[in-house]
Design a protein around this ligand. Sequence first.
Ligand SMILES: *[C@@H]1O[C@H](CO)[C@@H](O)[C@H](O)[C@H]1NC(C)=O
Ligand SMILES: *[C@@H]1O[C@H](CO)[C@@H](O)[C@H](O)[C@H]1NC(C)=O
Ligand SMILES: *[C@@H]1O[C@H](CO)[C@@H](O)[C@H](O)[C@H]1NC(C)=O
Ligand SMILES: *[C@@H]1O[C@H](CO)[C@@H](O)[C@H](O)[C@H]1NC(C)=O
Length: 544
Amino acid sequence: MDYLFFLSLFLLLTLSAAHRKAPPVAAVKSVTQEIQQACAATRFPQQCQTSLSQYPKLPPNPSSLQFIQAAVAIYSENLATAQSMVKSLLDNAGGSRNLTMAASTCVEVLDNSNHRTSLASDALPQGKIKDARAWLGAALAYQYDCWSGLKYANESAAVGKAMAFIDSLESLSSNALNMVFSLDAFGNDTASWKPPVTERDGFWGTIASGDSGPVGGVPPNLKPDVTVCKNGADGCYKTIQEAVNAAPDNGDGKKRFVILIKEGVYKETVRIPLAKRNVVFLGDGIGKTVITGDANVGLQAMTTYNSATVAVLGDGFMAKDLTIENTAGPDAHQAVAFRSDSDLSVIENCEFLGNQDTLYAHSLRQFYKSCRIEGNVDFIFGNSAAVFQDCLVLVRPRQLHPEKGENNAITAHGRTDPSQPTGFVFQNCVINGTEEYLALYHSNPKVHKNYLGRPWKEYSRTIFVNSELAVILTPQGWMPWSGDFALKTLYYGEFGNKGPGSDLSQRVSWSSKIPQDHILAYSVQNFIQGNDWIPSSSSATPSS
Ligand SMILES: *[C@@H]1O[C@H](CO)[C@@H](O)[C@H](O)[C@H]1NC(C)=O
Ligand SMILES: *[C@@H]1O[C@H](CO)[C@@H](O)[C@H](O)[C@H]1NC(C)=O
Ligand SMILES: *[C@@H]1O[C@H](CO)[C@@H](O)[C@H](O)[C@H]1NC(C)=O
Ligand SMILES: *[C@@H]1O[C@H](CO)[C@@H](O)[C@H](O)[C@H]1NC(C)=O
């Protein structure tokens, strides 16, 4: 009886399958309990369950790693589609300069998103969870950047369609990243997975290293491969970009390409592409070697992203002893001096000069040592994990009529997803004003307000530890972006600061004093895995 029943059922299924044109793989799979469990890690569980249950290559009884690999593979397919959509927007932009600019930036950032995704795919099976999280976090950030750039060029149905597609791509991408967060935070048993949490939920994670941080930087005595000088004599390059172009593409892992930039003012736009890794800029000193530009969003079809005087995409970038500036001026709005997307980059004894948006620490892991950074509105911003150690951060006068006063935010960190391992950490820095600004401030302290930061995006994270905060900082400490946007989700922490601006008694209720037993979470090692890649102390071990 049973046997016959199953036999006829088998025949029925076989026959009906043979009559269909394509096997309906999607319909056969269902949302298993295992899928539900893994998707419990995500911010968009519905989308996670649907996409995983329809994914034909998900093996039976998937491991945590196999779930993550499937989630990454799913969004990668969609990323490829998004890339062709933005290429077609670019090809069909016609005379629209706004769309041409937005779509060409999309092509660049989605290419980077794809690159970071494949790096993460290789890192995951090797157990390099921190690296995978950093790269998937950046991959998501670039998708968001593409979307938000298109917002300013939403001129046709095709643009609107691409934006909607990229929006859903971001959810799929976030889901993969969320699972890596769970793996990192809660381990490989998917039963323990839950949506990403932050310090605001009382979550700091386990401290991998008790080491409070190395004192490293750009190695001393690096031998230049090429030289740049103003007069172009003795075989030196006349422009920095020509020297960068001479660096090999996709060079082997560790080999550096050292460019010595002799004293002089270089008025040029410098771009270091993704393929040029381990490029090193050595100058003759702050204020001696100066790279200068004045692009700003006031120019037609110019964007914040593209306004940078120097921008670097290639990993392992280093710079030492030079100045990079944007001289667009105090009334020009967004005008970036330096933008960095260089993972594992080391910047030492450099000066960054600008007004609004001076330093765009855009993505990935960056270390700034003994630098000098000047600006006024949001002048250190982006969605990187950046540590600023022993830096001098100076507010400079802002408007055309600075005596009227202003509200300046020193930082505007832009984390969009709680599982991105990004944030700005200031250690042992001095926050003060330039001479000119201090004179202005003291002439009428009441109208000049300076804040440590404001939340550019929902999960903005910024930390000040063991730093000197000058009198120019307002007692409230931190400034809202708009209404109550992000105030429940951001994390703004302070610990061990000194100086008249460091008094916590009147701070806004949505800022925090970091509990002492969690301070190590913000060490160079724990925050950006610095011990693994920052060359150890320059003064201690000279090597060529
Ligand atoms: C281009 O973008 C700018 C800045 O967003 C805007 O003011 C301008 O109207 C746009 N131009 C066109 C033709 O849409
Ligand atoms: C883009 O423009 C279309 C049509 O004007 C509109 O329906 C859509 O909401 C816009 N998308 C965004 C994200 O602004
Ligand atoms: C999970 O982690 C444990 C302990 O680290 C390890 O022994 C085990 O092999 C892992 N399981 C899977 C499925 O990766
Ligand atoms: C800020 O700079 C002024 C002028 O140089 C100096 O007097 C003051 O001590 C500085 N404040 C801090 C906290 O370093």
